[in-house]
Ligand binder design. Structure first.
Ligand SMILES: [Zn+2]
Ligand SMILES: [Zn+2]
Length: 224
C-alpha cells in the first residue's frame, strides 16, 4: 500500500493518496483544499484515481473535492448517507463555525457547492481499490455520518476526526455527541488488534494499542 500524506488547510488536516502498489489504483481520503501538489503526485506516480472518499463533511476534509473531481472526473465521490446534508452545506460551514462573511475569501473559505456524492458508503461495505479492500465502519459522534476505513491486510485504519494520537474528535459542532463518539471508537476501532496503525485526520499516526492504553478519553482517566 502506498500512502502519501499532504498536510492541508489552516486546520493542518491530513489529506492522503492511498494506492495499491500492484495495480496503481488509488483513492484520495479527505481532500482538504484545492491542491496542485496532490494532482501532480497522482500523475507523476502513474496512479489511477478511482475515488474521493470523505470520512466526513467538514470543510477541512472536503474543501478540495471540487478541484480534484474536475481534474479526475471519473473518480467516484464516496461518503455516508447521513453526512450528505453537512457536505452539501459546505458554502455555509464557515459561518456556522463563527467566521464572518467578509473574512471568507482571504481565508480561502469562500466555497462553491461541492460536487455530488456519487456513491453512498454503508457500514461494513467494502471499497475495493486494486488489491486493497477498505471496510467502511460508520462511526457517528464527531458528525452524524462519519466513517472510518479499515484495511485489514495492511493492518491500518484511517480514522478521520474520530480518533487522534492522544485525544478524540471534538463534539461541540452540529451533529456531535460525546457518548456516541466514545461508543463508536470502542466498537469500531478499539475492537481491532493492538498493532493496527491509526492514520488520523490531524496530527501524527498512532496505533490501536497505544491509544487503548494512553488515550485519556479511552483508558478511563477522563470520565465524562
Ligand atoms: Zn471534523
Ligand atoms: Zn478535521
Amino acid at each position: 500500500m502506498i500512502v502519501r500524506q499532504f498536510v492541508q488547510t489552516a486546520f493542518q488536516q491530513n489529506t492522503r493518496i492511498v494506492a495499491c502498489e500492484q495495480t496503481g489504483r488509488a483513492i484520495c481520503i479527505d481532500p482538504g483544499e484545492p491542491s496542485p501538489a496532490v494532482v501532480k503526485f497522482v500523475n507523476d506516480s502513474g496512479l489511477r484515481l478511482e475515488g474521493i472518499v470523505l470520512t466526513h463533511g467538514h470543510l477541512d476534509h472536503v474543501g478540495g473535492a471540487a478541484f480534484l473531481h474536475e481534474t479526475f472526473p471519473e473518480a467516484e465521490i464516496i461518503a455516508h448517507r447521513d453526512e450528505a446534508d453537512l457536505y452539501y452545506a459546505l458554502p455555509r460551514q464557515p459561518l456556522l463555525m463563527g467566521f464572518q462573511p467578509h473574512q471568507l475569501a482571504s481565508l480561502g473559505m469562500d466555497y462553491d457547492d461541492p460536487p455530488k456524492i456519487t456513491r453512498f458508503a454503508e457500514h461494513m461495505d467494502i471499497l475495493e481499490v486494486g488489491e486493497l479492500r477498505f471496510q467502511v465502519r460508520h462511526c457517528p459522534g464527531h458528525t452524524l455520518g462519519h466513517i472510518v476505513l479499515v484495511e485489514e491486510s495492511e493492518q491500518t485504519v484511517f480514522t478521520g476526526d474520530c480518533l487522534f494520537n492522544g485525544t478524540i474528535g471534538r463534539t461541540d459542532l452540529p451533529g456531535g455527541d460525546p457518548s456516541q463518539l466514545i461508543e463508536s471508537i470502542e466498537k469500531n476501532i478499539l475492537s481491532l488488534p493492538d498493532d493496527f496503525t491509526v492514520q488520523c485526520g490531524h496530527g501524527p499516526d498512532t496505533t490501536v494499542g497505544r491509544e487503548r492504553i494512553n488515550n485519556p478519553f479511552l483508558n478511563g482517566l477522563y470520565r465524562r
